[in-house]
Each structure stands twice: as C-alpha cells, then as structure tokens.
Write a protein that binds this ligand. Structure first.
Ligand SMILES: [Zn+2]
Length: 297
C-alpha cells in the first residue's frame, strides 16, 4: 500500500515477503471449491491469483508514525532464527532492516513495538543476534506484549499442544530477551498505548491475540493481526484457518467484528493481506460482506 496518511498519523508497511501463498482449501479446511469460486468476482485479482488459484498473501510489519511516536505493529519472522517447523522461515535472511531504514527509521528511533500475538511470524524482528545471544533490535522501544499470550507461550508444552509450530521457539529467542532487558510491558483488553489507541480482544487464532484500535476524528484504524488470514474470511467468517487454535472462537470473533465494522468509518489493516492492503468491510450488492481496498472506494 502507498503510505496511508490520516491527520497527524502515517502508516507504512515494511514487507518481509509476499506473493502467491496458500491455496484456500489448505489454509481454510472448511472451504469448498464452489464456495471459493463464488467469491472470485471480488477476490481476484487483488487477493487471489486467478491463474494459480492461490491466495495473495504477505508478511509485513506496519510502521505507524505520529508526533512523539514511532510504532511497529507485528515484526514478521526475523533473520537467522532456528524455525524447525518451517522450511521457508528457518534461518531466514532478508534485508527487512534496510527496508525500514529506507522509510527513514533507524532501530534506535522506534519508540513502541506491539505484537498482536506471539506467533513466529509476528515477533521475529523483536530481537537480533549478538554473538550467540538474542538482544532487542529496538533498544529504546517499549515492547507491548499481550499478557495472555506471554503467559501461554511461557509453557513450552503449549507449542506442542497447538500442534502447528505456531511459536516454534520464538518465545525463547524473540520474546523473553525483550522481557529480560526490561523493555516489555504486558498489555490486555482495554489497555491503552495512547489516549486514542487501545487494545481489543481477537482471541481464537491465538489465545490472547489483541487488535490495536486508533480512533482519529471521523475514522478508526484497526490493526487486526491474524483475525483474518485473507479477505476471503470477510465473506466467509466461518472458514477458520488451520492455524487458529480455537476455530469456533475465531469464527465467532470474526462475525462480531464484521457486524461492528461493516459499512463503518473503519480502515482494516490485516497482517497477511498482500499489497495494497488497507481497506474497508462493505456490504456487496447481494448482501455479502466483502473487503474493498481504499483505492477502489
Ligand atoms: Zn500470522
């Protein structure tokens, strides 16, 4: 997405990787081919590659800037992290820090980091290697970590319980070092990052996932993390992702969210939607709720 600018706030995306990703039927086990085909009219070509039938997905961090604040929302996979559950993410190397620098931000400039949840693709750049240690990448930042997530992943047995490699060791190399450095603040539903910025529950995908809401005059921005893995779920909230730890709760929260924000002055910023990214939930002519990019409104 091009830079989003509303009032004093700007939002950019710092992309780690993106392109044609999962087949809908793989990531959404309940999705049937006819159901997916019925959503092609609005999904293609921005959210679904019509040639391959794959979802267009990305892994990106949001950079929110306003006077006195430089915040990163979800910090992708990171470099050089051992991730035995994923061939793509294991020991990954990208120039993500250079991409952040290209936007004029040095690590020491970052004032806040917020992880919507503590899965491996949302907190990786929290730390970088320093010899054989992992140290905070952003030495001056206040790291805002969901309290329930922090407690849940502290028990290594829980990664095995979820069975998806969702954490894959990242608690130890990307979360704990930040806490031990004294930079972590545990946050919960209703807590605020600023007077007009607060957290709401998006539990289901992960036990303590939070959204970040920013209320501007006449417009709300919501960073939704993995409440939606693809805009497809805005038409089909019942199709939970195979990575959702509690699929029923995740579907219920999606329905509620869609009900609250359809046709409202709300801009949705989703962690894995491809470029361009920012858009709104709108009611289609036949009554379905769908996702429309800002550029198309
Ligand atoms: Zn994710």
């Amino acid at each position: 997405m091009a830079q989003l600018k509303i009032g004093e706030i700007t939002v950019d995306r710092v992309i780690e990787a993106e392109g044609a990703g999962f087949f809908p039927g793989y990531i959404f086990p309940d999705a049937d081919p006819d159901g997916v085909a019925a959503e092609q009219d609005w999904m293609a070509p921005d959210f679904l590659d019509p040639a391959s039938g794959r979802l267009l997905q990305g892994n990106a961090c949001f950079l929110l800037r306003r006077p006195g604040m430089t915040m990163l929302v979800d910090t992708c996979v990171g470099n050089g992290k051992p991730r035995p559950s994923s061939r793509t993410w294991n020991n990954m190397q990208t120039d993500w820090l250079d991409r952040l620098a290209a936007l004029g931000v040095r690590p020491e400039d970052v004032t806040h980091v917020f992880n919507t949840h503590l899965h491996v693709d949302h907190c990786g750049w929290n730390t970088v290697a320093d010899g054989d240690r992992w140290v905070p990448t952003f030495p001056n930042a206040k790291y805002l970590l969901p309290k329930t997530e922090f407690a849940f992943w502290a028990d290594p047995a829980n990664d095995a319980v979820t069975g998806t490699g969702a954490n894959d060791g990242c608690y130890l190399d990307s979360v704990l070092p930040v806490h031990e450095a004294g930079l972590a603040t545990l946050v919960d539903v209703g807590d605020r990052a600023a007077d007009d910025m607060w957290f709401e529950s998006a539990a289901g995908h992960a036990p303590g996932q939070l959204t970040l809401n920013v209320q501007l005059p006449g417009e709300r921005l919501i960073f939704t993390g993995d409440l939606f893995h693809s805009p497809l779920q805005i038409a089909r909230p019942e199709w939970s992702s195979k990575f959702d730890v509690d699929r029923r709760a995740a579907a219920e929260r999606r329905r509620q969210f869609i009900g609250e924000h359809a046709d409202a002055d709300t801009i949705v910023l989703s962690a894995h939607a491809c470029t361009p990214n920012a858009g709104r939930i709108v009611t289609h002519k036949d009554g379905r709720t769908i996702f429309r990019l800002l550029k198309d409104l």
